[in-house]
Every structure is written in C-alpha cells, then in structure tokens.
Ligand binder design. Structure first.
Ligand SMILES: Cc1ncc(COP(=O)(O)O)c(C=O)c1O
Length: 454
C-alpha cells in the first residue's frame, strides 16, 4: 500500500504492499524461507514535516506522519474528519479504561540523577508510561492499528467489523489489546501461557476477550502462545500484536513515544530501552531516526538495550552481526566514537536478513526473571534494533536479577509505581554508569513502561 508520503515495504526481501492491500501487516513472502521478513512503514522524509502542534492526543498531534493519515487524506477524507475519527475512538478508549491517549510526561528526575552520580548538566530523564492507557506503552502500538482498521473500513477497503483480532501475550500487551479492541467494538482472541496471572486473565475476560491458555509441550521449542497465534493467523485472524514480524504496522503507533521524546527539546546523549519482542525499541529507533532526518533533534541518542541473564537473544544476534563488520568501521571520533557508518551496517544487516536462523532463534531454556515482560524467546524485531545500536554506538546490555531488583527499588523511590519490567532500562543504565560508558555530564532517557499491578 503506497501513498506519496509513506509506503509499506519488507525490510527482508523488498516486497512492497500493493495499493489495494487493506492489511499491509505481513510480507506476502513471509513463510517458507529463512529470510527475515518484517514490513516497515517507510516515511518519505522529504515529503513531510515534523509536527509542531500541541494537541494532547499523540495520535492527533503526530497524525501527519502516520500511514493511515496519508491513506485517508489521499482518498479524499478531510483532516477534520480524520481528527474526529481519532477523537471518537479515544472517547471509546476512555469509556473502557477511564483515560484516553495523552502525551505522557518526560522529566529530568533529580533523585535518580543524584543517586547515579550525574552532574547538574547531565542526568536521567524518565519518560513515564505507567499512567498510559491500560498501564503501559503497549496501547500505542495497538491504537495505531485500530486507527488503520477504521480508516480502511471508512474508505470501503474492508467490510465493517468483520475481523477477529488475535494476539499472544502474557500481560501488558494483552491488556492493552483488550482495551483497544473493546473500544473499537472488535472481537479479540488472546493466547496466553498456561501460568498467566489469574488476575490478568480475569480482567481480559471482563473486557470481553476470548482467552486461550497454551501449555508448553515437552520437546517443542518456542513460546507456545505464539505458536498458537501463528495457527490462528494462518486461519485468517488479523494480527493485533505488538510484534513487527506479525504486523509491521504495529511499530508505527509505538513511534509516537519517540516523537514525544523528540518534541521535548532535551538533547539526549543516550536512551536505554528494555527489550522483549523488540517492538518498543524498534519503534523508538525508527521514530528517533525520522525525527533526526526531519530536523526535530540534532542527533540520534545512543540506543542501548536491556535484556536479562535469563534470556538475551538480541545480544546474541548483535554479536553475530557485529562480527560481519570490519574492525575500524567506526564512523567517527569524540562524541561520534563507536557510531558505525550506516551504509556498512545496512549491508551487514541485508546479508544477515537472508539467513535469519543464524542470527535469531528461540532461547533454548525457559527463561525466568522478575522482569517478566522481557522474557520473549525471540526478539522478533531484532534487525531494526541491532541496526540502531550499531549506527548510534549503543550496546546490548544483559543485566542480573540483582540489578533489576535494585533498579526497581530506585525507580519506585521516585514515587512512580513502576514494575520491574518497566524499570529494566534503569538497570541497564546502572551498568552503563558503573562501566563508565555513560559520563556524569551526559543526558540519558529511560522509559518507565509498565505500572506495578499488585
Ligand atoms: C512494561 C513493558 N516494558 C517493555 C516491554 C518490552 O517491549 P517489547 O516486547 O516491544 O520489546 C514489555 C513487553 O511486554 C512490557 O510489558
């Protein structure tokens, strides 16, 4: 599906979703080979401007960067009508979850900055998603998808309300999907692990979702809920997921978090992001890169990722891609040290994408951690995230349980009710401060992505 301002392309094989495809979610060639097929919304940054509006709803404020907006307005829908469509959906979200989507706070946190030994000019900036719809950032991915589905219906590309939506998740993504699907009046099936939290399952059911428990089977590698989701999608359900490999368009809604960070005016040196399936980090990487190309920020911050000692498939993939690049591929000195040339990185990633299983495969043992939201067996959006770490000179961090606990204690001491997954980025920052990779005068963002639910 193409508009003058954006297109949907497979980063693995180059396939472009055709104009009459109302579901530009998954590459048409995605099954049957070892290529890393992930659809990406490619923005023509020469044809759009970075929005400078102050609308409180990020989906309104950043609408001119969204594929659904390009699709709608190219087909003759007015800007007003598009805004009204979002406003109506947002009212429905608020009716279900007692709040709609609003730009979330981002502030320098004095307590964290002091405790981590930053100077007055440096510090820790916290982007707080704990008060976002359903208590995490996940709804951003799904609201972007819901808006797309509504636009496709409004334009007559799909029959109204016909689809069953489906997701595999053990927590925040499922809760967000249930809220957003309910707000859109759509059926949702949620595949959860057999040991999913009973409180969360009950809430999903109260929200009207059809919850399917998926036990692990001996000798079968991979997340059982995800394997069941794949079957459901093969049978025709629409992927309502927070994973770019299942629905590339999910990344776009998540990018609003990066656009908000870019609008904030703080020249960040680093951003440290916890990674499960990788959609959050992929969205941040893409959004910050676009914001840089559009002149909203001067330079992309270094992107560091955080996984746990329990499972770190992204770090494994990073090491393998890094090994494809020549020593000395370093693009710069001083503040550019460690940033690799984009062309070199793109070449290495293009080659890695032809042999996905040599870079990304399910973690062999069942991982455990207090940061339950980042225990995905695979980092589905690994390629975009590895690329961003290499071009910005960031690192894939692997943190211990002790560090996660320490970070959560520190995080909650700020008064923000963040859960251990939500504060895992801070755990990574503690490591980066200890190793000296982040200096006292530097500015660092962490994302408090999930609220404590107990
Ligand atoms: C609170 C929270 N933060 C971060 C993540 C990681 O996001 P992603 O799976 O997109 O890497 C998750 C995933 O479940 C989460 O629940």
């Amino acid at each position: 599906m193409n508009t003058a301002r954006s297109s949907i392309r497979c980063a693995g094989c180059g396939w472009v979703a055709p104009a009459d495809d109302a579901y530009p979610f998954r590459c048409a060639h995605a099954d049957g080979d070892d290529v890393d097929h992930v659809l990406t919304r490619v923005l023509d940054t020469t044809a759009v401007r970075f929005p400078r509006g102050a609308e409180p709803d990020p989906f309104v404020r950043y609408r001119s960067l969204m594929h659904s907006y390009h699709l709608a307005t190219d087909a003759g829908l007015g800007d007003d009508e598009y805004v009204q469509l979002i406003a109506a959906l947002d009212r429905s979200v608020a009716a279900v979850d007692s709040r709609g989507f609003r730009v979330t706070p981002m502030r320098r946190n004095a307590l964290l900055s002091d405790r981590l030994g930053f100077s007055g000019s440096g510090g820790v900036w916290v982007k707080d998603e704990t008060g976002n719809v359903s208590g995490s950032h996940k709804g951003r991915h799904l609201m972007g998808l819901l808006i797309h589905l509504e636009v496709a219906e409004r334009l007559g590309l799909t029959p109204a309300g016909r689809d069953t939506l489906a997701i595999a998740s053990c927590g925040n993504a499922a809760l967000a999907a249930a809220v957003v699907a309910r707000a859109g009046g759509r059926r949702l099936r949620v595949f959860v692990p057999a040991d999913a939290d009973a409180g969360i399952v009950a809430r999903l059911r109260r929200l009207g979702s059809d919850v399917v428990a998926c036990p692990r089977e001996p000798g079968v590698a991979g997340d059982p809920a995800y394997l069941r989701l794949r079957e459901e999608l093969a049978a025709g359900a629409v992927p309502f997921t927070c994973q770019g490999n299942e629905n590339g368009l999910a990344i776009e809604g998540g990018e609003t978090i990066a656009y908000e960070i870019a609008s904030g005016g703080t020249a960040l040196d680093h951003i440290v992001i916890q990674v499960g399936g990788g959609a959050l980090a992929s969205a941040c990487a893409q959004g910050l890169r676009e914001a840089t190309e559009l002149g909203a920020i001067a330079r992309e911050p270094r992107l560091h990722t955080v996984q746990t000692t329990g499972a770190h498939p992204l770090e494994r993939a990073y090491a393998r891609v890094r090994a494809l690049l020549p020593e000395g591929a370093d693009a710069g000195r001083g503040s550019n040290a460690g940033r690799l040339r984009r062309a070199d990185v793109e070449r290495a990633l293009a080659s890695a994408a032809q042999h996905r299983s040599a870079y990304m495969w399910p973690w062999e043992s069942e991982p455990k951690s207090i940061a339950t939201g980042i225990l995905d067996d695979e980092t589905y959006d690994w390629r975009a995230v590895v690329g961003a770490m290499l071009t910005t000179g960031g690192q894939p961090l692997v943190v211990t349980e002790e560090r996660l606990a320490e970070a959560n204690e520190l995080g909650t001491a700020t008064g923000i009710p963040v859960d251990p997954t939500g504060s895992a980025g801070l755990a990574g920052l503690l490591d980066l401060r200890q190793s000296g990779a982040v200096g006292a005068d530097e500015r660092v963002a962490v994302l408090f992505t999930g609220v404590r639910r107990d």
